[in-house]
Ligand binder design. Structure first.
Ligand code: TXE
Length: 478
């Protein structure tokens, strides 16, 4: 992409003149790709007002009609899949194969949520009184603010918009300032449909400006956010004066437990893929390994060989890569610092361990660290990069105790051939998701939610859908 595009905020189905002051760069080579707006206070107001204005009529339509719009948008996403995948790779840095998966999954997700139109159900409750019926109705909340991260920026639009719209809400999306291009291109596709104005809006900007304006606003009924714990906490504070409902997905520190009876080849393959995919910038990919002593040497050796074989670089300049760059300089500095701190505390670099010499992009070597201990920051804080710290444990009990001893509680995985070990781990691991003999990703019909600081509420499936509704219980005495 050589042409520098200036994008404009999308409010009530129109691209409104905006001051494009934020630069968007390709993290693989630092080239300027586009300029996007820092939304003004008036534009955030206008977007929320447009969403509010549209909401009642939108909710009054039959759900099946609302779902029809999601299907139309899904079809447009599919028609533009290759172009969108290239844009995502250019601004986010993931390899093209994964960008294609993200685009197709997004279209499938829109279709999946559309299927719920005829399945949205209330309840009829038994009354204590004679001649009384009690109905539990599910109603839309109103206006949703969707605040997006940069790791799966395109899919996250659908993950927030599709359940919001099918249940009768309207939405204002704020993409991450790192990856807004794909969101504006999504808005272009929405504009080609006859979706009523105000149902879907996009305002771009940083967290400190557009983000805060949205989250502090009394006209927002649900803030659906995916990002860091620190920002989630700031959003809770911003939402507090208005008691705005929150849905927060705040990342993880997923433990992978490898028992002595595991299929080691499978475990190594799965953990490598999970650590390398999207350059380790995935909330539910393996962030720390607990391996049983009996197989530790063998596992560490195989992991190192597997990670060292990773092909990485600029995904638009080289073919057949497994991994691209990290999102920005700050992410690269954070990963490098965490590895330096870990080695200073006694961790041993088995492979990698340094910033990669790959030109102007933010590339880090695929890294395996052995000899890690449970008090090291590398075993406790989210790395969000291609670095795998490994700790040796004596048995499943110790592994479960260490896995649970974390501020995060999103996902976890266990590698074993024993059904009873798998069942016991599933019962005792205190996490929102557990994968047995595999790693991420989650299914759209599941429920992606985390314990402890990993968030509040969740996404996907029936339970994720109902997060976008409130209940209204009606007592009819006749
Ligand atoms: O995230 P932020 P950052 C984790 C991961 C990563 C770290 C930092 O560990 O290294 O977070 O990433 C908006 N009010 N995850 O700094 O700040 C911001 O504009 C309202 C895990 O990029 O959370 C962007 O749109 N909004 C994660 C979004 O929040 C605010 C995915 C995410 O940015 C705001 C991403 C504010 N005060 C990072 N401040 C996951 N759960 O998968 C920022 N934003």
């Amino acid at each position: 992409m050589t042409e520098i595009i200036h994008y404009q905020n999308f409010i009530a189905n129109a691209f409104v003149p905006s001051d494009p002051s934020i630069e968007v760069r390709n993290p693989a080579n630092n080239q300027l790709l586009a300029r996007v707006p820092e939304a003004s206070g008036e534009q955030v107001e206008a977007a929320i007002a447009a969403a509010r204005h549209a909401q009642k009529n939108w909710a009054a339509r039959p759900a099946i009609e609302r779902a029809g719009y999601l299907r139309k948008i899904a079809s447009k996403v599919r028609d533009n899949a290759e172009r969108l995948a290239h844009l995502i790779t250019a601004e986010q840095g993931k390899v093209l194969g994964l960008a294609r998966v993200e685009v197709n999954f997004t279209a499938d997700y829109l279709d999946y949520m559309a299927e719920w139109a005829r399945r949205l159900e209330g309840e009829v409750l038994t009354s204590d009184r004679v001649g009384e019926n009690i109905f539990l109705l599910r109603k839309p909340l109103g206006v949703v603010a969707g605040i997006l991260p940069w790791n799966f920026p395109f899919f996250l639009i659908a993950r927030k918009m599709a359940p919001a719209l099918v249940t009768g809400n309207t939405i204002v999306i704020k993409p991450s300032e790192e990856t807004p291009i794909n969101c504006f291109e999504f808005a272009r596709l929405v504009a080609e449909t006859d979706l009523p104005p105000g149902v879907f809006n996009v305002v771009s900007g940083t967290g400190a400006t557009a983000g805060q304006r949205l989250t502090r606003h009394a006209g927002v009924d649900l803030i659906s956010f995916t990002g860091s714990v620190d920002t989630g906490s700031r959003i809770m504070a911003a939402a507090a004066p208005n008691i705005t409902k929150l849905n927060l997905e705040l990342g993880g520190k997923a433990p992978a437990i490898v028992l002595a009876d595991a299929d080691l080849e499978l475990a190594v393959k799965a953990v490598t893929a999970s650590r390398v995919i999207n350059t380790g910038q995935v909330c539910n990919c393996a962030e720390r390994v607990y391996v049983e002593r009996k197989v530790a040497d063998q596992f560490i050796e195989q992991m190192a060989a597997s990670m060292a074989a990773t092909r990485y670089g600029d995904p638009l300049a080289e073919d057949d890569l497994d991994m691209g760059p990290l999102i920005n300089q700050a992410a690269l500095d954070k990963v490098a610092q965490m590895v330096r701190t870990a080695t200073g505390q006694g961790a041993e670099v088995v492979t990698g361990g340094a910033v990669a010499d790959k030109g102007a992009g933010f590339h880090y070597q695929p890294t395996v660290l052995a000899g890690c201990g449970s008090d090291m920051a590398i075993m406790r804080q989210e790395i969000f990069g291609p670095v795998l710290p490994i700790q040796i444990v004596e048995d499943l009990d110790e592994a479960i105790a260490l896995a649970n001893d974390s501020e995060y509680g999103l996902t976890s995985s266990v590698y074993t051939r024993s059904l009873s070990a798998a069942m016991r781990a599933s019962n005792e691991l205190d996490f929102g998701e557990t994968y047995i003999n595999r790693e991420n990703f989650e299914a759209m019909q599941g429920f992606h939610a985390g314990a402890r600081k990993s968030g509040i509420g969740g996404a996907d499936g029936k339970h994720g859908l109902y997060e976008y509704t409130h209940t209204h219980v009606v007592y009819i005495q006749i």
